[in-house]
Design a binder for this molecule. Structure first.
Ligand code: ADP
Ligand code: XUL
Length: 542
């Protein structure tokens, strides 16, 4: 008998749905909505609206609601047996906030199966658009909150992260300061994860502990809203926040709208939604020490499973909760897929041509180095975007392709050195992780094996698995994460890429060089041209 579980992932560029049959542990179906393509009337670019200042980046909560209807519509059209789905959970891009007025819940109750969610929700928003994780426009608010909280170290110990531009707290403060009337009219502020869960539930859903740690509002050790942080951020904020809940908890049954319109059973359980990185942690099987993951989605992230809480007091790295009840370290780079795409599009390449060029350029790139700040960067913090090239021209396709990839992994290695629990293996996920040539560079730079997976949608897979575990636990058929992981690895592993020992030394030296270039460009240190020439003489074309 099929035992079906649905995982949804509302990410930056699209919505994905994956159904897993837990009995045979197979992926039964996978559907995707791309916002720019399938919901073009919202006029997003790569799923977002980038304002003229380059640092204000929003998206549209109505579009996410419409994507939910569209994905179910497409599934029903193809006779996907939604009536057999036993439980659903979800994932969403982290940190983004949705601002709703008192009409939201009433509208959700009244939504009729003859119409659609977006139509009924139209007047539910006290802020029409939602700031998302790509937004870095809140430096002023970050400084104010950080100071009032007693400095960076205190903020990190309390919330797991420095007060950070894209995090929900500073974003909420900016809204309160710039649009106080609308802020006052806001009844509830959801994360994107809890907003999407609310749509399915038909009423306001809670925020789970793992995604809650991405807000600078939650006490990470106690898993509770931190009164001081909340009060400093904006007045009356406490009453506008949904309650917090453990990630594995059942939040209710699916709303009648979905049962009547798409044929879900009224018994279908809903499990708390979480952030994309916490869900991916489950989806790539990071449930024990010694493992880290690289996710190459719109953002590039590097994250690791963490058993004992420890922090990055430089302020660059974050500690989040995980859906399995532990912690995860995370660093996030904005110049991920969109930076790779800049180079790909500039030279009108396909991904396979991009890979070919990568394959036919030498590790070390003949001493050519790039700092790939095509967009404002999160780590290291760069607000005025501009890529820097040393030793090569903007018009050289080969050098640019290798330079962007090497820079991304060198930066990732450099800025993840604070993580104490060292990884012996990296699991790769996200859209670009299917690209073996790119992932080989990761294995070489990090000098550890990289596992690549058959499916790059680990966030949706993680959500589906979480819903299955909570479902079986709730009926007394307890399954451990270890058991689940064993099945998962049979289902998903495609290949392990081993590091090439011949380039270990080269990348160690290149990392040193890369750090010197960051110091030069961002902190005004001496020009490291001499070191670059030395590196080039040693490893470059003879
Ligand atoms: P998100 O979940 O953040 O929306 P995804 O994980 O779906 O993003 O990744 C989407 C990205 O994957 C695209 O922007 C694209 O640049 C990248 N991508 C897709 N296929 C390839 C490929 N073969 N090589 C490199 N990158 C790819
Ligand atoms: C993590 C982060 C991004 C988003 C979008 O801190 O900002 O990874 O979750 O994927």
């Amino acid at each position: 008998m099929k035992e079906l579980f649905l995982g949804l992932d509302c990410s930056t560029q699209g919505l994905t749905a994956i159904i897993i049959d837990f009995n045979s542990f197979r992926i039964l179906s996978k559907y995707e909505i791309n916002y720019d393509r399938d919901l073009a009337h919202y006029k997003t670019q790569n799923g977002v609206y980038i304002h003229d200042d380059g640092i204000t980046v929003h998206s549209n909560p109505l579009m996410w609601a419409e994507a939910l209807d569209l994905i179910f519509f497409n599934m029903v059209k193809d006779d996907v047996p939604l009536q057999s789905v036993l439980a659903i959970s979800g994932s969403a891009q982290q940190h983004g906030t949705v601002y709703l007025n008192t009409k939201f819940e009433k509208n959700l109750k009244n939504v009729s199966p003859d119409s659609n969610l977006a139509h009924f929700l139209l007047n539910s928003f006290s802020r029409k658009t939602s700031p998302v994780w790509m937004d870095s426009s809140t430096s002023k608010q970050c400084q104010e909150i950080r100071e009032k909280l007693g400095g960076m170290k205190k903020a990190i110990k309390l919330t797991g992260s420095n007060i950070t531009e894209r995090f929900s707290g500073p974003q909420i403060r900016k809204f309160y300061q710039q649009q106080s009337e609308k802020y006052e009219k806001t009844h509830i502020i959801h994360l994107i994860s809890s907003y999407m869960a609310s749509l399915l539930l038909g009423k306001n859903a809670p925020i789970d502990h793992a995604d809650g740690t991405g807000m600078n509002l939650m006490n990470i050790a106690r898993n509770q809203w931190d009164r001081e942080a909340v009060e400093i951020t904006a007045p009356n904020l406490m009453i506008k926040l949904p309650p917090l809940i453990k990630s594995y908890e059942i939040i209710g049954n699916i709303a009648p709208y979905f049962t009547e319109k798409y044929g879900f059973s009224p018994e279908t359980l809903l499990i708390a939604w979480s952030g994309d990185n916490p869900n991916s942690l489950v989806g790539v099987g990071l449930i024990s020490k010694g493992k880290a993951a690289i996710s190459l989605g719109t953002s590039d992230t590097f994250f690791g499973y963490m058993e004992n809480l420890h922090f990055d007091f430089t302020g660059e790295g974050h500690v989040f909760g995980t859906p399995t009840g532990y912690y995860m370290s995370l660093i996030c780079f904005k110049n991920g897929s969109l930076a790779r795409e800049r180079i790909k599009n500039q030279f009108k390449l396909t991904w396979s041509e991009f890979s070919e060029l990568l394959l036919h350029t030498p590790p070390g790139n003949d001493g050519n180095i790039m700092l790939p700040y095509f967009f404002p960067e999160i780590v290291p913090l760069v607000l005025n975007s501009k890529p820097y090239r040393f030793g090569f021209s903007e018009n050289d396709p080969k050098a640019n392709v290798r330079a962007v990839i090497e820079a991304q992994f060198l930066s990732m290695k450099l800025h993840s050195s604070w993580i104490k629990e060292k990884a012996t293996e990296i699991h790769a996920t996200g859209g670009a992780s299917i690209n073996t040539e790119i992932m080989q560079v990761a294995a070489d730079v990090f000098n550890i094996p990289v596992r690549i997976f058959e499916q790059a949608n680990s966030a949706a897979i993680g959500a589906a698995i979480r819903s299955a575990k909570s479902f079986y636990d709730s009926i007394g058929q307890y399954t451990s994460w270890i058991e689940i992981n064993e099945k998962l690895s049979q289902l998903l592993i495609k290949e392990i890429l081993y590091p090439n020992e011949n380039v270990t030394k080269l990348y160690e030296e290149m990392l040193f060089l890369y750090e010197k270039y960051e110091d030069y460009v961002l902190r005004g240190s001496e020009n490291p041209e001499y070191f670059r020439q030395r590196f080039k003489d040693k490893y470059g074309k003879k």
